[in-house]
Design a binder for this molecule. Structure first.
Ligand code: TYD
Ligand code: MG
Length: 454
């Protein structure tokens, strides 16, 4: 038999698809300039007739369905995003920009968990001395945690097999290296192979493996998509520019709901959880200005109050701009069309900018009405009442559609001192809310009619 040759392939760093030839655009995910060359090891020739090999096949009914108990972390906000704690034998990828606080958060988690369990923290980025100094400064319990400064995957794996820790943190996946693979650390091939290697190990040994990845929102080197299909849970730690608050969001979770939001603050004694996120995201300045409105969005299992701001200004040059930060661009364009068609208000010669304050990203339609009213408020230079809260989804015929959890949203707003609300008719409260006047409206024109009476 001829000796199998090492071949070259081109792998997309965004989606992991591979191609025999280089091309400027990935044929699978259409991203540009993401293909890079990798060496593919010899592949075993395909065989047929494995008569002697036994696969482990069971009747579906015989499969053990009892879930292993989850391991709670010291942070309720983290547990919420994980869907109720760490699942033994699962792999969690924690992504985020460098400096977001991944190492700090995980060191806090590990030192606490190590009081009662076997926990290994592997750092390939910092020295052990740096790690110990940080733990000391944060006054974390230091006795129980095993630490290693190691980047060789095989060495780490043999330690895990021998010592069987319950939880292993690998900080970061970009510096790990499988010696059997001829590719530099951080390259698509290395990241993909080491992640796959530790995923198999996690399943075999029932260990929780937490991979840290420097992943920017744009994807960056060896983007999350390369790993997404093998890991169980992918959480992103976001650090909005200039803010000390950090949001942790579940982007994929085999063991719980996605889109749960956890909120932390980076303080001088490490990461602290924020128990009442509405209070921080809704810190508004002293003076009221046009273009600002409060809404209550739904994040996973709880309401969150946020401020939406808009700025409408005459087109400076060229085409009118429509920019939405933290909100869906296309919805903004759609709303402007609805405004034109159903209310006769045209913004064709205006630039429109919208932003969710505090770096929150809203991924549901409940913010539609707030977005539109913020835009109108800026356009007409009219200040909206500070104690007004609105929510609701806008349909293409100008109707206001109800959103899920309307009652809880209203209660959260009332709790934070809002006195009046404009909401979809079907979301109006069944019983009177103390201290709050709620207008239930069927469509956008009715909402504008109520606003004109303020
Ligand atoms: P780090 O956890 O190292 O980030 P990552 O691992 O995601 O790259 O956090 C680094 C940043 O956090 C750094 O800018 C300093 C800041 N920091 C604090 O503000 N307070 C603290 O107690 C610690 C440990 C870090
Ligand atoms: Mg780090």
């Amino acid at each position: 038999m001829a000796k199998a040759k090492v071949k070259t392939a081109y792998v997309c760093s965004d989606c992991g698809a591979d191609f025999a030839k280089w091309q400027g655009q990935c044929g699978a995910c259409q991203a540009w300039n993401t293909l890079s060359r990798v060496s593919v090891g010899p592949i075993k020739e395909a065989h047929i007739g494995f008569a002697g090999t036994k696969a482990q096949i069971k009747k579906l009914g015989d499969v053990e369905t009892q879930e292993a108990p989850r391991i709670p972390t010291p942070f309720a906000e983290l547990d919420r995003v994980l869907g109720g704690g760490l699942v033994p034998g699962s792999v969690v990828l924690m992504g985020g920009d460098p400096g977001a606080g991944k190492s700090t958060l995980l060191l806090q988690v590990c030192t606490q968990l190590a009081k009662e369990r076997g926990v290994l923290y592997v750092t390939g980025e910092e020295s052990l001395q740096q790690l110990a100094m940080r733990a000391q400064r944060l006054e974390l319990p230091m006795d129980g945690l095993d630490v290693a400064a190691e980047t060789r995957a095989e060495v780490i794996a043999s330690h895990i097999e021998l010592n069987r820790p319950e939880i292993v943190v690998l900080d970061s996946v970009q510096v790990l290296q499988m010696e059997s693979i001829d590719s530099t650390p951080g390259s698509v091939t290395q990241v993909r192979e080491t992640a796959g290697f530790f995923t198999r190990l996690a399943k075999q040994t029932d260990t929780v493996v937490i991979l840290v990845g420097h992943i920017t929102k744009e994807g960056g080197l060896a983007g999350p998509k390369v790993l997404e299909h093998m890991i169980d849970t992918f959480v992103m730690l976001d650090s909005p520019a200039g803010s000390r608050y950090r949001t942790l969001r579940g982007n994929k979770n085999r063991f719980g709901a996605v889109n749960e939001l956890g909120v932390f603050a980076m303080t001088d004694v490490g990461m602290k959880e924020v128990a009442n996120p509405s209070a921080i995201f809704l810190q508004r300045g002293e003076t009221d200005s046009p273009g600002s409105i409060a809404t209550v969005t739904w994040e996973g299992t709880r309401p969150l109050l946020v401020e939406i701001q808009a700025l409408v200004d005459e087109v400076a040059a060229g085409y009118p701009k429509r920019v939405a930060v933290g909100l869906d661009h296309q919805r903004l364009a759609m709303h402007l069309a609805v405004l034109h068609r159903h209310c006769g208000i045209t913004l064709g010669d205006q630039d429109v900018f919208a932003n969710v304050v505090g770096g929150v990203r809203i991924q549901e339609t409940g913010a539609d009405l707030a977005l539109l009213l913020a835009v109108l408020s800026s356009f007409r230079d009219r200040i909206l009442p500070r104690d007004l809260i609105v929510f609701g989804e806008l349909g293409l015929t100008g109707e206001l559609r109800p959103v899920a959890n309307g009652q809880e949203r209203l209660r959260e707003a009332a709790k934070h001192g809002f006195k009046q609300a404009i909401v979809p008719y079907a979301n109006r409260p069944k019983y009177k809310l103390p201290g709050m006047r709620v207008h239930g409206v069927q469509n956008l024109s009715a909402a504008l009619e109520i606003l004109s009476q303020f």
